[in-house]
Structures are given as structure tokens and as C-alpha cells.
Write a protein of this length. Structure first.
Length: 154
């Protein structure tokens, strides 16, 4: 009887561990079981999106206010067009706000951060950010630093 109790408790522990791993995988992937509520669409054009992906978060002051819907190449400007779904409750983003692609930590995930402007007019459904800052690519930065250092040594 004691052996059966040990086997059941080990099985329950393993099941709890597997459920925790599945929950963590869902959380990290950005998937959600809830619909997310009402949203409206904003656009931004970037020279380089780096490792930004669909379903990446969009934040203002550290608070998540939306998700990246899709990323595509604009054939006329040859820039990356990022389509964002913003929570309907956040309907007062000034038109002179800045959308920047930033990295969480040194090598973390990339997301869009919105810096608020001061204009009294607000972005509406389907409009775009005029001021954007592309992703900082670590390899390019290191390359520029090394080339700058090598050229100074000659």
C-alpha cells in the first residue's frame, strides 16, 4: 500500500510539472486564451524591425496596450510596415507620439514602446505614426565600433 502512495504522489508531481511547463510556454509565446476585447489599428514604418514578431507587445510607460498584428514590406517605400492592434480603451495617443522598437534587457525580446507627444489631436483607427525609431541591431553596433577602432589605429 505504501508503494502505491509513493507512485501516485510521484505521478501527481510529474503532472504538475508538465502543466507548469505548458503554462510557461503559452505565456512566453504570447498566445492567449482570451479574445483581448475591442481594438483599433495603427500603422508604423521602420527601416529595420530587427527581431520584432507578430504578437509582440506594444507598451506605453511599461504597460501593455496592444500587440503587433502583422509585419510586411511596403513595396513603394521599401520599409517594414508594422500593423498594430491597440486596446480601444487607449484612445488618446497624440499624433506626434513616437513608436520605437526596443529590447527588453540586453538580449531579451523586442517590442514596440510608444513615447507620448504633446499634441491635442489623437491618432484614430487606420492612421500611422509619423515619428519612428528602428531596432538597434547589436551586430551592426559592434561592427561600427570595431571598424571605428581599427581605422583610428592606422
Amino acid at each position: 500500500m505504501r508503494m502505491r502512495t509513493v507512485e501516485i504522489s510521484v505521478g501527481a508531481f510529474m503532472l504538475a510539472g508538465m502543466l507548469a511547463l505548458v503554462a510557461m510556454a503559452v505565456k512566453v509565446s504570447g498566445l492567449s486564451l482570451k479574445s483581448g476585447g475591442e481594438t483599433y489599428e495603427l500603422h508604423a514604418y521602420f527601416d529595420n524591425t530587427g527581431a520584432l514578431k507578430p504578437r509582440s507587445k506594444i507598451s506605453m510607460a511599461g504597460v501593455t496596450v496592444g500587440k503587433v498584428k502583422k509585419i510586411e514590406l511596403d513595396k513603394t517605400t521599401y520599409m517594414a510596415k508594422v500593423v498594430m492592434d491597440i486596446d480601444q480603451r487607449i484612445d488618446n495617443i497624440p499624433i506626434d507620439s513616437t513608436a520605437s522598437i526596443v529590447t527588453a534587457g540586453l538580449l531579451g525580446e523586442q517590442y514596440i514602446s510608444i513615447s507620448i507627444g504633446g499634441d491635442e489631436a489623437y491618432l484614430r483607427d487606420g492612421e500611422r505614426f509619423e515619428d519612428t525609431q528602428s531596432a538597434l541591431i547589436l551586430e551592426e553596433l559592434i561592427g561600427k565600433f570595431l571598424l571605428g577602432t581599427v581605422n583610428k589605429g592606422e
